[in-house]
Design a protein around this ligand. Structure first.
Ligand code: ADP
Ligand code: MG
Length: 483
């Protein structure tokens, strides 16, 4: 079902295109050997090149190029064997060169596609227009001193991929799904950590509105929105703002706006007339980049299985429903964990345990699945005990809590605590006889038609056996004895 916003004049369609900046996972910067890791003391990772000292020359980092190619392949995109680095000129205190080295007319990656998953279980394809490589700027710090601003150039020169989408996105939900899927793919590929809080992934969101079937409206670009939530809120606010202007008889001016998360509104930053003239031209210090198709093929051969492929394989190989598969593949480490546990056992049951029990505990402790006190093989061991009726599903929950707290194997806990399920018919019958003898009134009531009392008897028998009697057998035997 299409997303619409209702105005005074009827339904409006919200059209969105995104430009996502993703910091390339690499040890060093795009054109220098300085470290590109996050969180170091300010200005400790700045080479002469990053500080733009006179006479310094950029040297292209081959690994960053490889990461961009890998990303392009992961987005089902065309890799351009010929691309050009250009200077994008503007003045800003955190940009020592006075220009950013970027790509413009000839990006390294061309058209691709991302399949997004919508909450109702359907999917939709969003076109990728291009991906290009560029340098990041430094960071101005305005809150360190009452009268001075400082600059930290650690980020200056780090490699960014700018991934531009077609205006195929409709509404905040699709925008969120697009960002999540893109982030997931980048993390699977290992080309960007996707950490939005640390700024390694930031989105510029272009929003316009139109009546269904009309031509595209004029867009406004909201800069540097840094969480999925903020992207959704900014779209909602901005679309309503535009609808009100148009319905009030005005028209939308193309401009760049900022999202203010405190006031929950977008604000004008600069209009189209004030837009920079970047005076792009090919960087004379860098040759055009020509890629050998054989090298591209080598990179392609090392691509991991990507989220959508994994999702479909999980559904097919393990018989999982869409929801289970979607949650399990959301993180590569989660999918790996599931697969090691699911190897030899009931795969649907394992999925239930990972999704319901394990993830709940890990969430509560704010732990990643790689830090789980219960290893995949240990969870497999617990499920094996349920499958072969050694323990009941109910007891298994207690055993699991114990495993999580102590890191011990299920078999060990079951053995030392004497939790083995009672499947001995004679032993269960004895308990049933005792329960029947102790509750003559209830027995009479049940036999005269009060069916609901059956649950009472099951409860009594399980209680008498410390929860260890096999529930299926208890049911069958009780039915026989009470009838
Ligand atoms: P620029 O570089 O000036 O920002 P681009 O043509 O590269 O311009 O477009 C940037 C983004 O704007 C793309 O993601 C594109 O999909 C999106 N976009 C273009 N037209 C519209 C529109 N009418 N409504 C919403 N988004 C749009
Ligand atoms: Mg733009």
């Amino acid at each position: 079902m299409a997303y619409t916003l209702k105005g005074e004049t009827g339904e409006w369609e919200v059209v969105i295109g995104m430009e996502v900046h993703a910091q390339v996972t690499a040890n060093s910067k795009l054109f220098s050997g300085a470290s590109a890791t996050f969180g170091a003391e300010p200005n400790t990772q700045v080479s002469m090149v990053d500080a733009a000292m006179p006479g310094m020359l950029p040297v292209l980092n081959k690994y960053c190029v490889e990461q961009a190619v890998r990303t392009g392949l992961g987005l089902n995109a065309a890799i351009n064997t010929y691309s050009v680095f250009e200077r994008k000129n503007y003045f800003y205190p955190d940009l020592p060169q006075g220009y950013q080295i970027s790509q413009f007319l000839h990006p390294i990656v061309g058209k691709g596609v991302i399949e997004i998953d919508l909450p109702d279980g359907s999917t939709k394809e969003i076109g990728v227009t291009r991906l290009h490589l560029e340098q990041d700027a430094g960071k101005s710090l305005h809150d360190q001193h009452p009268t001075k601003s400082f600059v930290d150039l650690n980020r200056s020169g780090c490699a960014l991929m700018e991934i531009v989408s077609e205006p195929d996105i409709r509404g905040p939900e699709e925008a969120a799904a697009y960002l999540s899927k893109l982030r997931m793919i980048l993390r699977y590929l290992g080309t960007c950590d996707g950490n939005m809080e640390e700024g390694s992934m930031r989105a510029d969101v272009n929003v316009s509105v139109r009546k269904f079937g009309a031509e595209l409206g004029t867009r406004c670009e909201i800069k540097n929105v840094n969480s999925v939530k903020a992207v959704q809120q900014a779209i909602e606010y901005e679309a309503r703002r535009q609808i009100e202007i148009i319905e009030g008889g005005g028209s939308i001016k193309q401009e760049t706006r900022l999202w203010d998360p405190n006031k929950m509104e977008t604000r004008s930053m600069r209009s189209k007339e004030e837009a920079h003239d970047y005076r792009y031209f090919p960087d004379p210090d860098l040759l055009p980049l020509e890629l050998d198709p054989k090298w591209i093929a080598e990179i392609k051969a090392t691509l991991p299985e990507l989220p959508d492929q994994k999702k479909h394989r999980f559904m097919k190989d393990y018989g999982l429903p869409l929801y289970d598969a979607t949650v399990l593949i959301a993180e590569r480490s989660r999918a790996d964990y599931y697969e090691s546990a699911a190897n030899s056992n009931d795969p649907k049951l394992i999925a239930n345990w990972v999704l319901n029990e394990l993830l709940a505990l890990l969430n509560k402790d704010n732990k990643d699945i790689t830090e789980s006190p219960v290893k995949a093989s240990q969870l497999g061991g617990l499920i094996a005990l349920i499958s072969d009726n050694t323990i009941s599903g109910k007891i298994a929950k207690d055993v699991f809590a114990e495993m999580y707290a102590t890191g011990q194997d299920a078999a060990h806990i079951v053995e030392t605590k004497g939790l083995k399920q009672v499947t001995d018919t004679g032993a269960i019958e004895k308990v049933i006889d005792a329960v029947i003898a102790a509750n003559p009134d209830n027995v009479a009531a049940y036999r005269s038609g009060k069916d609901k009392l059956f649950g009472f008897f099951v409860g009594q028998v399980l209680k008498e056996t410390g929860g260890k009697a096999n529930p299926g057998m208890v049911n069958d035997l009780l039915k026989k004895k009470l009838s």
